[in-house]
Write a protein that binds this ligand. Structure first.
Ligand code: PA5
Length: 468
């Protein structure tokens, strides 16, 4: 299997000078890294990290998904995910990475007979209304994804669509247009799914939202887009093998996390992810949630207030060379920039040999866009190195299911390992829950009276500070 690789030369002092790290800086944390590895092993053994086993325990689930897709896909024109956060970003990232960038605009045969793919991950009334203008709801399948089964955004979409389907098709036919992905025991969605008789896939109870891409949360939408989900799992399994190595020097996830940890300790609290491929742009979105929601915490494991966390920033090469790179090169030394490169793109495009008499254009003639994008990445990397800015590069030999599986799993392990190094719980999200609870309270949901009181007592906004 082609393996992804991590090149961290450019975080080292030997390459970037003053601000760089020495091998002693990295090796000096060996006690801490050994403890972090041991803590992860312990958690895995005690069932505290069920997502680690997904690459190897989803085979039967994948088979079930594939038969459901085979029996359903010809009946529908559109597959619509209703979900948010960990229940939407993974499906988007994988679909964008693997499929044609204009997938929905291709004729059905060119999509292998698979339906068009949409994700409704917001409560924006315009977006959902306009979606109904481009899909035929009677020929669409709606995948309601919510682990908790109570997230307002997702459940509000579900309620709107259920009503529309039942009005249009009647209760029996509407049932065939909804498939749920949720916890097998807890929450409203499983209750509703059982009562209504919806086809349902399960998120294993020990797997949190942002670590759930390799469950039916990600596998079902991917399979409906013709993506080979078994290869995705194989890629993740290969990375899991690689991540058994306790030594960060032989473990890309650990090294990725360790370098970020040291950088963070030295005030580099911005983590920029800059893929040089449009197909990987949404991996940046998925990663931003994983990194931010897992590592941005008020309390450490001992209950002390620490308010820590790296800020993930999404950028796209080469596009953002013409916007953000000026800041990265000449701005403050507060970032660690991660390039994601591709050795072999799916297509090759040659620039014609015209305008040979114009030196500022002639040099492009005969060059492929493939070569140009790689050269531009190299040039940006060089500019960062010359400015003494920390950066590293992850390279995918090709973008396919196996390499994407490796990449996602590597970031998940890196996140968990970072949590250990930072001594925080990477698997909870009290800040997100706080927002969810305040919404419930605002609408007077029973059980949230205390929060409602707190909301009602919040200070009035002073008009003096509103410019109108
Ligand atoms: O990572 C997380 O836990 C969150 O981003 C959740 O995925 C998100 O809030 C959606 O939750 P649920 O799947 O319960 O609707």
């Amino acid at each position: 299997m082609e393996k992804i690789r991590l090149d961290y030369n450019n975080v080292l002092k030997d390459y970037i000078g003053g601000d760089g790290l020495t091998l002693a800086d990295i090796g000096g944390l060996s006690e801490k890294t050994a403890a972090a590895h041991a803590a992860l092993l312990e958690k895995r053994k005690n069932g505290g990290m069920d997502w680690r086993d997904l690459p190897r325990n989803q085979d039967a689930v994948a088979d079930d998904i594939l038969s459901y897709v085979a029996e359903t896909k010809d009946k529908i024109d559109a597959f619509v995910v209703l979900g948010i956060g960990g229940s939407a970003l993974g499906p988007m990232a994988v679909q964008q990475a693997i499929n044609h960038p204009h997938y929905n605009e291709l004729p059905k045969e060119a999509r292998g007979g698979y339906p068009r793919f949409y994700v409704a991950d917001n409560v924006d009334p315009e977006k959902l209304t306009y979606l109904f203008q481009v899909i035929d709801i009677e020929k669409s399948l709606f995948n309601v994804i919510s682990k908790s089964g109570s997230t307002s955004e997702t459940m509000s979409q579900f309620m709107i669509i259920k009503q529309m389907l039942e009005d249009a098709l009647g209760k029996d036919a509407a049932r065939e247009r909804i498939v749920c992905t949720t916890d097998s025991q807890k929450g409203n969605l499983i209750k509703i799914a059982r009562e209504e008789g919806y086809k349902t896939f399960f998120v294993p109870s020990g797997v949190g939202g942002r670590f759930s891409e390799l469950t039916p949360v990600g596998l079902l939408p991917a399979a409906f887009c013709g993506i080979d989900i078994k290869k995705l799992l194989e890629g993740a399994a290969a990375m899991d093998d690689w991540c058994q190595n306790p030594d960060p020097c032989g473990n890309p996830a650990y090294m990725y996390a360790l370098l970020h940890y040291i950088a963070l300790e030295r005030g580099k609290n911005v983590s920029v992810m800059m893929p040089y491929a449009d197909s990987l742009k949404y991996i940046g979105d998925w990663y931003a949630q994983l990194w931010a929601e897992s590592l941005g915490k008020k309390l450490d494991n001992g209950g002390r207030v620490v308010n820590v966390g790296p800020t993930p920033v999404r950028a796209l090469g080469v596009t953002d060379q013409h916007s953000q790179v000026q800041l990265y090169t000449e701005g403050p030394f507060d970032k660690l920039i991660v390039f994601i490169c591709v050795d072999e793109y799916k297509e090759t495009l040659e620039i014609p040999k015209i305008y040979g008499d114009m030196p500022s254009l002639g040099f492009l003639g005969g060059v492929t866009q493939n070569r140009l994008i790689q050269a531009e990445q190299m040039a940006t990397e060089h500019a960062l190195v010359a400015s003494g800015k920390m950066n590293m590069t992850i390279t995918l030999p090709k973008v396919n299911e196996r390499t994407v599986g490796q990449l996602l799993y590597m970031f998940e392990v890196a996140t968990a390992y970072s949590g250990e190094l930072m001594n925080i719980n990477a698997f909870d999200q009290p800040g997100v829950e706080e927002g969810k609870n305040a919404t419930y309270a605002f609408f007077g949901r029973p059980g949230y009276e205390e929060k409602k009181k707190e909301l009602d007592e919040r200070p009035e906004k002073n008009k003096k500070y509103i410019i109108e």
